[in-house]
Every structure is written in structure tokens, then in C-alpha cells.
Design a protein around this ligand. Sequence first.
Ligand code: CA
Ligand code: CA
Length: 250
Amino acid sequence: MFKRQALFLAALLTILIGASSATTAFAQMKDNNEVRFTVRLENISSPDGQTASNGSKWPFALSPGMWVIHDQEVRLFREGNPAINGLEAQAEDGNPGDLIKSLDSYHGGGMRHGIFNTPVGVNGPAPIGPGQAYEFSFTAKPGMKFSMITMFGQSNDWFYAPVAQGIELFDHGKALSGEITKEFMLFDAGTEINEEPGIGPNQAPRQKAPNTGATENAKVKRAKKSPFFTKTTSLFRVTIMPDNVMSQTR
Ligand SMILES: [Ca+2]
Ligand SMILES: [Ca+2]
């Protein structure tokens, strides 16, 4: 009788403790198989907008972008080096197409990539303004790293990305799960001279055509001088969720 009670208690504890970590347990169980992840990039900036030095208000927005996963290192840029082919169009015009083409010449390491360009609940490609989000999914196996890029919409050549070597998707076989916003930083691609965010005439919402603005000829670096550099977690949120047991066995 005692033994049965103890077993019951143990089972109950497992359920209580295990309820919130079901995804982790599943990922461990399926160590040699792939896990499907869904990433959500959400613009949580104020709907009232940001205030420029001339007093005008402008909405913080993020552009279409791309994601990549890789067995080894995900290297979309290197701080202190010029932007690779395709990074300019992504950083200046929110166009990930050239960057994807550039990656297509590397097939090693089990690399996979894709773009995200259509906000949730919207019919076609567009930036995400306050309250909007992008979502995308991919499958990855233990050992893989993840990176993604999105443009700071009302800048000349600024983009958000995690550290250049990418984010580990697994920790000892456990799938990464939850908010990862703090992994993201604001970078300057070094391809176009900066104007004040939100009002510069050569920024995407105002320029006459893509790739318009004074050439910078600089290296990729963190946009540390911008007041937006430290504001990341109040502007957008990135969460990553591995599929749970229910959706895997459906
Ligand atoms: Ca620049
Ligand atoms: Ca421009």
C-alpha cells in the first residue's frame, strides 16, 4: 500500500514539475531527430511612435528579413569587415533576396535558410509596425545554430541580428525555448551614411528608390552611438518555441 502511494506521489510530482518543461523532455527523448521550432518576431514599440529631434512622430518598424541555421558557425557578417554581398540590400532596403542568393553558394554544414516577409494576419509582404509580428518555422537537429536579420525600418543601413556566430538551438540535447530578445543587437552595415532615424530623406519610407543615399564605405559595427542601441527589449520581442508533444504526435 505504502509503495503504491509513493509511486502515485512520484507520478503526481512528475506531472506537476513536468507540465512546464514538456518540450524540453520531448527534445531530449528525440535526441537524434529533428525538432521543429517556431520563431515569433513581434514589434512591441509604442503605438504613439518615436519622437524625432524636430518633434515629429514616426513609427518604429522592422523589415522583412531572413533566417539561417547551420551545423557550425552562422556567419552573415563579421564586425570590423565590410558587409558581405546581399547584406547591403537587407540593411538599407529590407530586402533579404540578395543575402539568400549569396548563401546559396555555400552548401556545407547542413545549412538551411528562408525569408520572412508577411506579417501575421496580413495578405502580402510588408514591414511590421507597432503591434504586428512575423512568424516562421524550421526543423533543426542538435548541434545547430540559428541566426536571423531584420532591418531597423527607418534607418539608412541598420539591422538587428544576434552575435555573428549564431544562437545555439540546443543545450545538451535540450531544445531552446522562450524569449531570446536579449541575444539581439543593433548593427550598422557600414554601407550608407547615417541620417537621424525616422526623418532622414534617404531612408526606406522616404527615399525615391531602393539603394538611395550617400555611400559610407565603412565596416560592419555595432550601432553603439545610437540611443536605440540600448532600447532593444522595449522595441521588439523574439521568442522561439519547439513543437510540443501534442503537435508532434498529432
Ligand atoms: Ca551607416
Ligand atoms: Ca537609403
